[in-house]
Design a protein around this ligand. Structure first.
Ligand SMILES: [Zn+2]
Length: 201
């Protein structure tokens, strides 16, 4: 790793107080998001355990960090397409969590408003529409496999805490209720008697 700077109390104070006097003197990357910032960045305070320090922006880039969209270190900018790809990857990995526009925006250090517009322009649908699409895709996958899960358990598992809402949305998008979908889908891997007992809801 090309990081040569050690965290000191002075640098940490500069980060948490967004101290612009330190801009240009160092940069910090947050390993959980893969994004690096100037000290003055107004983004959420990182967990100190996840911070890497860099003397310059090139070091951060060499260490695979991406420039923050909000504070644009060294005026580096990533094409919006790359941000959207990053968001899509995040959604694919974390669709079962309560992902809100704010959570996504915090992750790439953008405002929710900007994120919404950028995603819609490039992807043709809003981030929330995209999340619902992925959740429904996963629900269909689980419903088409033999399992003992109830529909509300499946709803929760794919990120819909409210199973009535899940059932409504599912019906709207597929024309079937989740139970009908389950009963009408040929099971790819019907194994033994276990699969036969999934009549509930
Ligand atoms: Zn930043």
């Amino acid at each position: 790793m090309p990081t040569s700077m050690k965290m000191t109390d002075e640098l940490w104070q500069a980060i948490i107080h967004n101290d612009s006097a330190y801009d240009g003197r160092f940069y910090y990357g947050v390993r959980t998001t893969g994004i690096f910032c100037r000290p003055s960045c107004k983004s959420k305070n990182p967990n100190i355990e996840h911070v890497n320090l860099f003397e310059n922006a090139e070091q951060a880039v060499a260490d695979s960090f991406r420039p923050c969209k909000r504070c644009k270190p060294d005026n580096m900018r990533l094409p919006d397409e790359e941000w959207v790809q990053q968001l899509i990857q995040l959604i694919e990995e974390r669709y079962e969590e309560p992902l809100t526009l704010q959570v996504l925006a915090d992750t790439i250090h953008a405002s929710p408003y900007h994120l919404h517009r950028m995603f819609k322009r490039i992807q043709g649908e809003t981030p929330l529409e995209y999340i619902q699409k992925i959740r429904l895709r996963e629900a269909r996958r689980i419903l088409s496999e033999p399992s003992h899960l109830t529909v509300s358990e499946i709803a929760k598992r794919v990120g819909f805490p409210n199973s009535a809402y899940f059932a409504t949305l599912f019906h709207k998008k597929t024309g079937m209720t989740p139970s009908d979908y389950r009963n009408n889908t040929p099971k790819a891997a019907e194994t033994g008697t276990e699969a036969a007992n999934n009549k509930e809801v």
